[in-house]
Design a protein around this ligand. Structure first.
Ligand code: PBG
Length: 325
């Protein structure tokens, strides 16, 4: 037996494995998505996302302070209005729930990066990410006009970053231009560059009380396509994206790795509601070891190249990382 290479030597003990680990999670790179609901007095659990709640403005502030104490890197906010209409009027209301939530966060956790979701779907009665034309199709350019307005409202409310998640063509350029014209040259654009039309957004629809009928396949990407993701990313970077995101994360690690190799801006990945729910449901049944599964999933996203990971587990995992370091 003449075996020179024995890879197992590097796996022999906790100490050696720790020494040679290539990938490490850190609280600073974790972002917690949060939901705030207009008129809510108490936080309300989201049934399909055990452990995640819809917040009132008061509970949002409290949860944000806990997140900051846990050392996570940022917060991402979705707002759910009482009133929805065809054009998503509440999205551009400076006193609307999303702007109010952003103001609440900015006051509660100064210095913490706050990402405001920039999309109309929570605000439209038809549930689409844009406004519709006379045939009921999502109309790209009229939607950009709404996004421009929304961007300035969110920046004025105190958002560090806007998350352009609507998958309209030209949305990053439109939003960048609107922000710059409003003197908001410092407001970052986190581009949902490669966002797929995914079944794994299922629980999110409950979280945001979505009124969507039909699907988003005329604007979000086909899960079959990887090359197309490169095109979307190329355009978003050219239009001024500061960070590009791939979403969902776990089924799209190949896309994430490719995107990370191709750009010179930070990349992010969003472990979405259905990915969260799958792990939670299997763990609740005793079918997988929950904590190990969570860490394995997030470590894989990081290994594939994401600097930033948006995850509903952010605060809990940050706690584990601090205990173990
Ligand atoms: C739309 C939006 C969605 C998610 C984030 N932003 C849903 C969709 O595109 O239908 C999904 C997030 C998740 O599932 O965790 N603005």
């Amino acid at each position: 037996m003449n075996m020179v290479e024995r890879p197992r030597r590097l796996r022999q003990s906790v100490g050696v494995r720790r020494l040679v680990a290539e990938t490490r999670l850190h609280p600073s790179n974790l972002v917690l998505p949060m939901f705030v609901v207009e008129g809510l007095a108490e936080p309300r659990p989201i049934e399909s996302m055990p452990g995640v709640v819809q917040h009132s403005l008061a509970s949002l502030a409290e949860a944000a302070r806990q997140a900051q104490q846990a050392g996570i890197g940022g917060l991402m906010l979705f707002g759910i209005p009482t009133h929805k209409d065809a054009v998503g009027s509440e999205a551009v209301n400076p006193d609307g729930i999303l702007a109010a939530g952003v103001r609440t966060l900015a006051a509660a956790v100064p210095g913490m990066p706050i990402i405001a979701d920039l999309c109309l779907d929570e605000f439209t009665d038809h549930g689409h990410c844009g406004v519709l034309d006379e045939h009921g199709q999502v109309a790209n350019d009229p939607t950009l006009t709404r996004y421009r307005e929304m961007a300035t409202v969110l920046a004025d409310a105190g958002a560090t970053m806007v998350g352009t998640s609507g998958m309209m063509d030209g949305q990053v350029a439109a939003v960048r231009d609107a922000l710059d014209k409003a003197g908001r040259t410092d407001t970052l654009v986190l581009a949902y560059a490669a966002k797929y039309a995914s079944a794994f957004y299922g629980p999110f629809r409950e979280a945001v009380a979505s009124s969507l009928r039909g699907d988003r396949r005329s604007y979000q990407q086909d899960p079959a396509n990887g090359v197309e993701a490169r095109r979307e990313v190329r355009l978003d970077v050219a239009e001024g994206a500061d960070i590009v995101m791939v979403k969902p994360a776990l089924g799209y690690l190949d896309v994430l790795a490719e995107v990370t190799a191709m750009v010179d801006v930070p990349t992010a990945a969003y472990v979405v509601s259905g990915e969260y729910a799958m792990v939670e449901a299997a763990a609740a049944n005793g079918w997988i070891d929950r904590d190990r599964a969570v860490l394995e999933a997030l470590t894989s996203v990081r290994r594939a190249g994401a600097t930033i990971i948006c995850t509903y587990w952010a605060v809990e995992v940050a706690g584990w990382l601090r205990e173990r370091s």
